[in-house]
Design a protein around this ligand. Structure first.
Ligand SMILES: [Zn+2]
Length: 455
């Protein structure tokens, strides 16, 4: 890619809206300079309202194939655990080409919907019979290929999954996920080598699946075993999981992690839905990110995150699309906020004195960057040129003053306001549509057709 300079009518720079901004991008896709455009020449006049792309901090790419296919109840009391049964059927039927096609579709939809980086919590490792591939990192390679097809920034988090539950052996449905810690370390090393070769700008982290599926002793040692990169873990998504953990380990999952695993700013606790007041404050104080997936949590009937006390305590949060039931950054933020309002029967509970939209977007930019370990979330020198351009000319934004824009984006206009998206300086979305959508969607729909017939 050639170095370039883009001129925007407005841009979110230094946590303020500035008019007439020129952004210089080098041939590696990094921002080198941001300045007022007036008086400069040699730029590509984009216009529009530029803001940083948001990092999607939690995704299982293959699950895009089952979005909407587990919405038919078969008995009263359907819950997360019955959804998981369908997920296992899907996970165990997909071949490598299919996983790549489905994941690429998810990533393209992310770029169209405001996400420019994704943290892939990657737990599908083995072939459908549960045997290791000739190259154990085969499916990690498919995730990398999907990221390259789409142009999205990638933080790859190979997942350690060793057990069927606390103190329980793995079930047949989990056969593609399972590694003991020694096999996992080999897989992680092979993935590291592959990533350095194929996508050196990507970030490698690690993801012990949860306290139910990774051995607690391994979780306690994980930060020492893998001394660099982000650490993500599912925690306290379900009451049943909290109760199981309390019975087996004598502590609720978040408390156990805080006491035993050295949770700090490298960590992202996905969901962290069911916390006591003490856990909420303690997690905030440690500087870890709470990885919220509000649309998935709503779809699965998980519960609601304790937003107001966590933010009051200075906690960091970001958003992820997890099960990919919907892929939309603005919608995740709106669901987060409105779920709190419904529970508390009050309005604007996350930001009593400020713009709710701005608090949500700023939080997601900052927490997403922290949780993915990437130089993103800012339009500034040294950051990757991940830029969303909102259509100012043909939307309500033209009639609104800048301090109203984030509220409009989150609560009203949503992702249909997105006109262009630059990922690492490459223009990947134009007129709201990704350049590779047609070819990738055709491959994806072949998979979807087959699955819809079998589930
Ligand atoms: Zn998840």
């Amino acid at each position: 890619m050639m170095a370039q300079c883009l001129r925007f009518a407005w841009a979110w720079v230094g946590e303020a809206w500035l008019p007439d901004v020129a952004v210089t991008i080098d041939d590696a896709g990094m921002i080198t300079h941001v300045a007022r455009a007036a008086g400069q020449g040699g730029y590509d006049n984009v216009g529009g309202i530029a803001m940083p792309g948001i990092a999607n901090l939690h995704c299982h790419g293959f699950q895009r194939a089952m979005a909407g296919l587990a919405e038919r109840g078969s008995r009263p009391g359907e819950d997360f655990w019955s959804w998981r049964h369908v997920m296992y059927q899907v996970a165990n039927s997909l071949g490598p080409d299919e996983i790549e096609a489905v994941t690429a579709m998810a990533y393209i939809e992310m770029l169209e919907a405001g996400f420019t980086t994704v943290a892939e919590f990657h737990y599908l490792h083995h072939d459908p019979a549960g045997a290791a591939y000739a190259q154990p990192e085969e499916l990690a390679g498919r995730v990398i290929a999907a990221a390259q097809t789409s142009g999205i920034g990638l933080s790859l988090l190979p997942c350690l999954y060793s057990a069927g539950g606390l103190g329980r052996a793995a079930e047949a449905g989990q056969r593609r996920f399972i590694n003991d810690i020694a096999a996992f370390c080999r897989l992680h090393e092979a993935t590291d080598a592959l990533l350095r070769r194929e996508m050196p700008q990507a970030v490698l982290g690690v993801a012990p699946h949860s306290l139910r599926a990774a051995r607690p002793a391994d979780v306690a040692a994980i930060a020492r075993l893998f001394p660099a990169g982000p650490i993500h873990i599912h925690a306290a998504e379900q009451i049943a999981e909290v109760n199981e953990c309390s019975a087996a380990l004598g502590a609720r999952p978040v408390t156990w992690l805080l006491d035993n695993a050295g949770v700090d700013s490298r960590w992202c606790l996905i969901h962290a839905t069911h916390m006591t007041t003490e856990e909420t404050t303690a997690l905030a104080t440690r500087g870890a990110v709470a990885g919220l997936c509000p649309l998935t949590e709503a779809d699965l009937g998980d519960g609601m995150f304790p937003g107001p006390p966590f933010l009051v305590a200075g906690g960091h949060f970001g958003i992820g699309s997890d099960s990919l039931i919907r892929i939309d950054a603005a919608e995740e933020l709106r669901q987060f906020d409105t779920s709190q309002r419904l529970r508390d029967q009050q309005r604007v509970v996350l930001s009593p004195h400020d713009s709710a939209g701005e608090i949500l977007v700023r939080g997601a930019l900052r927490g997403g960057a922290q949780a993915t370990g990437q130089k993103v979330g800012v339009i500034g020198p040294g950051y990757r040129a991940d830029i969303i351009v909102l259509d100012q000319a043909n939307s309500d934004l033209a009639a609104l003053p800048p301090p109203r824009w984030f509220d409009h984006l989150v609560f009203v206009g949503g992702s249909r306001l997105i006109d262009r998206v630059y990922a690492g300086g490459h223009l990947v979305v134009s007129g709201g549509q990704h350049f590779a959508r047609a070819t990738v969607a055709a491959r994806f729909r072949t998979v979807l057709r087959r699955l819809a017939d079998t589930l």
